[in-house]
Design a protein around this ligand. Structure first.
Ligand code: ATP
Ligand SMILES: Nc1nc2c(ncn2[C@@H]2O[C@H](COP(=O)(O)O)[C@@H](O)[C@H]2O)c(=O)[nH]1
Length: 188
């Protein structure tokens, strides 16, 4: 974990900004390994245990050893020590998809390893549309849009402001170009 050629990319931003989509693209095109996290949220349609998340009960969740965990819109989410160690043992570059509170925790703990991408879109209304199109249930979506975590993540905190690469993800073709530039700057 202290080897200096290892890179940990944190992908953060408000729900629906495209964090998961970007992590998949980085995996497919740059071989960046995604560290799966754990959650007590019920799976969405098409989500699978061990592929999208490790889906947990409130009891099984705390059987893991977490680098950090949060409650987000009523559910627990956490990234495990084991998952992170495994990913960095096997790959030079790994990524984690986290809320901004999680990004701050990683920045405090691993400042020398970290690269942070903060995703945003110019019009927040677009985020509701994207999450609807993704198939989020109306109840879950409403709860999320009203949650303090969602509202917090629409803006960068003071701590993250000077540490992140901001990526405006409203045009996928432009995003791909910016991701290539970002990867070129961090590749050793
Ligand atoms: N540039 C883009 N233009 C249009 N739609 C996009 C773009 N990027 C991602 N999407 C779509 O927006 C939806 C939300 O994306 P994604 O699930 O990656 O967001 P997220 O930030 O991981 O959300 P959450 O935090 O809620 O898990 C998906 O259906 C995805 O295909
Ligand atoms: N701090 C952490 N945030 C996490 C983790 N795993 C996911 N997330 C973030 O939670 C919200 C909601 O996710 P969703 O899949 O229900 O839409 C989103 O911002 C994720 O990035 C984690 O382990 N720690």
């Amino acid at each position: 974990m202290t080897e200096n050629h290892k890179r940990l990319i944190i992908i953060t931003g408000a729900a629906g900004t495209g964090k998961t989509t970007v992590s998949q693209y980085l995996h497919q095109h740059f071989g960046v390994c995604r560290v799966l996290t754990h959650t007590t949220r019920p799976p969405r349609q098409n989500e699978r245990n061990g592929k999208d998340y490790y889906f947990e009960t409130e009891a099984s969740f705390f059987e893991n050893h977490f680098v950090e965990y949060v409650r987000y819109s009523g559910h627990l989410y956490g990234s495990s020590e084991e998952g992170l160690k495994r990913a960095l043992a096997e790959h030079d570059q790994a990524c984690l998809v986290l809320d901004t509170k999680g990004a701050e925790s990683y920045l405090r703990r691993f400042p020398e390893l970290m690269q942070i991408l903060y995703l945003t879109v110019p019009d927040n209304k677009e985020l509701r549309t994207r999450m609807q199109a993704r198939g989020d249930s109306a109840t879950a979506l409403q709860q999320r849009l009203e949650s303090k975590e969602y509202i917090r993540d629409l803006k960068l905190s003071q701590m993250l402001r000077s540490k992140v690469t901001v990526l405006i993800n409203d045009d996928w073709a432009v995003t791909k170009t910016k991701l290539a530039q970002f990867m070129a700057t961090i590749t050793v």
